[in-house]
Design a protein around this ligand. Structure first.
Ligand code: ATP
Length: 140
């Protein structure tokens, strides 16, 4: 079944989620404050919009409230990530999944109601370690 997603922040993490969802046939709205990234995203998103996600009025204008599932993939700018997440929860977006930079960021995101929090590098490292020690991996 076709679903709708909005991805905020088109770094490597956001872009890869965006591409994958789009190729799976879902409707994807890509958002970034960098015009060049937005232009590129037109190739792998249903719509790509230039906006500062820390500005609540811009989020409302975009129609973010119509999305059930929003992924916040803003990386280095922790303040922007927190503010954006706060607006999304204030606007009653049901599922807000957020990329965290560190444990302090994680703690704040938890407090303000992020529904799921990712640490991509750490999560992937754990998965690879599990895979490396799994019995399914042949010794070579
Ligand atoms: P990755 O590791 O996934 O490449 P990163 O952790 O280095 O990403 P950044 O490059 O800091 O993350 O941010 C990801 C994207 O988020 C960038 O394209 C940046 O322009 C965008 N971004 C940052 N702040 C905002 C904002 N306030 N509104 C919209 N987009 C933003």
């Amino acid at each position: 079944m076709k679903k709708q997603f909005a991805i905020i922040g088109l770094g490597r993490f956001g872009t890869s989620i965006c591409k994958e969802l789009y190729h799976m046939g879902h409707e994807v709205l890509a958002i970034d404050k960098d015009e060049k990234k937005v232009e590129e995203a037109n190739q792998f998103a249903t719509h790509a919009i230039y906006a500062d996600a820390t500005d609540e009025a811009s989020l409302i204008k975009i129609g973010i409230r119509n999305f059930e599932h929003v992924i916040v993939a803003i990386g280095e700018d922790i303040q922007a990530s927190i503010l954006c997440t706060l607006h999304l929860k204030d606007l009653d977006v049901p599922k807000v999944w957020v990329k965290a930079q560190n444990s302090y960021h994680h703690k704040v995101l938890e407090k303000i109601g992020a529904d799921r929090i990712f640490h991509p590098e750490k999560d992937m490292g754990n998965r690879i370690a599990e895979f490396l020690t799994s019995e399914k991996v042949l010794d070579y």
